[in-house]
Design a protein around this ligand. Structure first.
Ligand SMILES: NC(=O)c1ccc[n+]([C@@H]2O[C@H](COP(=O)([O-])OP(=O)(O)OC[C@H]3O[C@@H](n4cnc5c(N)ncnc54)[C@H](OP(=O)(O)O)[C@@H]3O)[C@@H](O)[C@H]2O)c1
Length: 284
């Protein structure tokens, strides 16, 4: 056997093996994420009154899934619940909770899992775009923002990760932000919290991949929601329904990190590569 033939055969074998593994991992992913043949999926949505989350929940409702919603505002949470019921959800229940109160998280998750009879998918969506200048004036508000946007998410993800790891399937999706990709003077407290969320999810994905659990980091750009009500709308703004569609597709296909809309991936690549010596002179 000459050397060239041996190398070509080895390469062909390796490529074949790689392709077979790719197909198998695709099949595994499909098996994990497609729960259609086992009835309605058990979906937990935390921060369900968020404009983005409420739009995303409509896709699950249309698919006839079971939904457990967590909101803070009674009227808004009840309204979202009714909307999803009308749109075809198999069953919808909600619970009111200020998510900054992390001591309540264990009870909250236990109640959700009990009512749903398990858990296939969780979407964590709550957040606040705090006032950066007010945060700079004193640590108290900064701590509050970091608790809502980072610590409360970690507090939820810690038991959720253990649950999913044990059952060896499912999907955890969390809304982070492009703001976490690079700190800017106009919103670095929010950005730092989202950077923490993104890094936490990255580590979690690395851990849970071995257990067949998808961990999806969602990084929206500018979205026209109550959160951005006070911000002048430019051409890069999109409606929450656009981002919601991307979130639903990312969960269905078990993506890792998604920029929504897609062009934010390119924008953030450029922004991340601006040298610090130039970046610090910009007023961003
Ligand atoms: N809009 C954007 O441009 C944009 C861009 C990137 C990422 N994001 C992220 O997308 C997610 C959804 O935001 P959105 O744009 O849909 O804004 P939104 O409509 O203002 O939703 C924010 C949600 O968070 C909830 N929330 C805030 N603090 C809470 C707390 N302590 N306990 C319980 N719930 C709390 C709010 O509840 P209440 O209704 O009770 O206030 C509201 O439902 C957030 O994580 C946000 O950071 C948004």
């Amino acid at each position: 056997m000459n050397r060239k033939f041996f190398i070509n055969t080895a390469l062909g074998f390796a490529a074949g093996l790689g392709a077979a593994r790719l197909v198998k991992s695709r099949q595994d992913r499909q098996r994990r994420l497609s729960f259609r043949n086992t009835g309605p999926r058990k979906v937990l949505i935390i921060g369900a009154t968020s404009a983005i989350a409420a739009e995303t929940a409509r896709f699950f409702a249309a698919a006839g899934d079971d939904l457990f919603l967590v909101g803070r505002n009674p009227q808004k949470t009840a309204a979202v619940t009714n909307d999803l019921q009308v749109r075809g959800a198999n069953r919808v229940e909600y619970r009111l909770q200020d998510l900054a109160d992390t001591a309540q998280h264990a009870n909250l998750l236990a109640a959700a899992i009990e009512w749903l009879g398990g858990l296939d998918i969780v979407l964590i969506a709550h957040g606040t775009l705090g006032n950066q200048k007010a945060c700079q004036a004193g640590y108290d508000l900064t701590e509050k923002e970091l608790t809502t946007n980072f610590l409360s998410v970690v507090s939820l993800l810690t038991p959720l990760a253990n649950h999913f790891e044990q059952q060896q399937r499912g999907a955890i999706a969390v809304i982070s932000s492009v703001a976490g990709d690079r700190g800017r003077q106009s919103n670095y407290v929010y950005g730092a919290a989202k950077a923490g969320v993104s890094a936490f999810l990255q580590g979690l994905r690395n851990r849970l991949a071995k257990s067949g659990v998808a961990v999806i980091t969602i990084k929206p750009g500018f979205v026209d929601t109550p959160m951005t009500a006070g911000i002048e709308k430019g051409r890069l703004f999109v409606g929450p329904e656009v981002v919601a569609k991307g979130i639903y597709q990312a969960i269905e296909t078990g993506q890792d990190v998604v920029y929504l809309p897609w062009f934010w991936g390119g924008i953030m690549t450029v922004i991340k590569h601006i040298p610090e010596s130039i970046f610090k002179r910009l007023s961003l």
